[in-house]
Ligand binder design. Structure first.
Ligand SMILES: NC(=O)c1ccc[n+]([C@@H]2O[C@H](COP(=O)([O-])OP(=O)(O)OC[C@H]3O[C@@H](n4cnc5c(N)ncnc54)[C@H](OP(=O)(O)O)[C@@H]3O)[C@@H](O)[C@H]2O)c1
Length: 293
């Protein structure tokens, strides 16, 4: 059952009292929601990571930073299952002189329909529309396969459907809405079945199956929205490549395997959100072009 409206965060209250924002809200502001980010703590620059023990830098935060630093026309809503983490991230971005756009936070747990619906209601009340939805929340687990599969699919697949369905009505209010699903080369059936591919491996089967399912979801929303709203929506997959986050293993272990710093993957996803990859709409936008299914 949906709650009526999530309580406003401090940052949102600030926006409500900002007349200029109210005026811009329905004109040229592009409202982008990050369907989750990690905001416990992070490193602003790779060379500083050692100075922050236990620090991490999730892709969601880097995409939020990238877009809000890119243009004053973005208002980025950071959706986080722990609202305190989201508010910490908003405050950090707000303090940074590089910020050009505006940012706010909303509580949203992709596995909890009530929280998803409340977040959508909150965005509706505050902004009236949503231009860009980036489905970014994700988990990776190891362990007993059935339990791992249940948990991963609940977040990485059902969670994406829940968030997308809840926010689609608000996206219909935007003039040129854009729906993005995080993806990965690990989800490619072509790679997985090619013995000469680096991805020909039985490891992480549940995560990989969920990533393949995300690709199908992206395809299905693309087909559905083209038919229902010809020429209105753009739907993409965005593959950030291997990034040194806390998703699986530690960032240092991932660096040793060639992972890039999360701001690099963040730019790859943000470029899709900005429209730089529109020629690849309906596909998975990877580092070197369109990633294979
Ligand atoms: N890192 C890579 O190399 C890589 C490559 C390809 C694709 N991806 C994809 O990129 C996305 C982000 O991953 P990441 O590398 O940035 O990992 P990360 O640092 O572990 O961040 C994952 C984020 O998802 C959030 N999350 C998990 N469960 C959630 C839930 N139920 N509701 C709301 N938020 C939830 C986490 O929130 P908490 O802070 O509350 O835990 C965290 O902010 C994932 O979908 C992943 O599959 C990553």
């Amino acid at each position: 059952m949906a709650r009526h409206c999530a309580p406003h965060t401090r940052a949102e209250e600030q926006f409500l009292h900002d007349n200029e924002f109210r005026q811009d809200n329905h004109s040229h502001h592009r409202c982008a929601i990050q369907a989750s980010l990690r905001a416990t703590c992070w490193c602003w620059h790779p060379t500083h990571s050692d100075q922050l023990p236990g620090a991490n830098s999730g892709l969601g935060f880097e995409v939020a930073k990238n877009l809000s630093f890119y243009s004053a026309s973005y208002h980025v809503i950071i959706a986080s299952r722990d609202i305190a983490k989201g508010e910490v991230a908003v405050e950090a971005l707000a303090k940074d002189p590089g910020l050009k756009g505006t940012v706010s936070a909303v509580q949203l747990d992709v596995t909890d329909d009530a929280s998803v619906d409340a977040a959508a209601e909150s965005v509706k009340q505050l902004h009236g529309r949503l231009d860009v939805l980036i489905n970014n929340a994700g988990i990776f687990m190891r362990g007993e396969p059935r339990q791992v599969a249940r948990n991963i699919f609940a977040t990485n697949v059902v969670g994406y459907i829940s968030v997308t369905e809840a926010f689609l009505p608000l996206m219909c209010e935007a003039p040129a809405p854009r729906l993005i699903f995080l993806s990965s080369s690990l989800g490619s059936l072509s790679n997985a079945s090619d013995p000469s591919s680096a991805y020909y491996s039985p490891l992480g089967a549940e995560y990989r199956a969920a990533t393949a399912a995300r690709n199908m979801l992206m395809n299905q929303y693309w087909v559905r929205l083209q038919q229902s709203y010809p020429g209105k929506f753009k739907v993409h997959g965005a593959d950030p490549g291997l990034n040194a986050t806390n998703l699986a293993d530690t960032p240092d272990q991932l660096r040793n395997r060639g992972a890039v710093e999360p701001y690099v993957g963040g730019e790859r996803v943000a470029s899709v959100a900005r429209g730089d990859r529109d020629s690849d709409v309906g596909r998975v936008c990877g580092v070197y072009g369109v990633s294979p299914w």
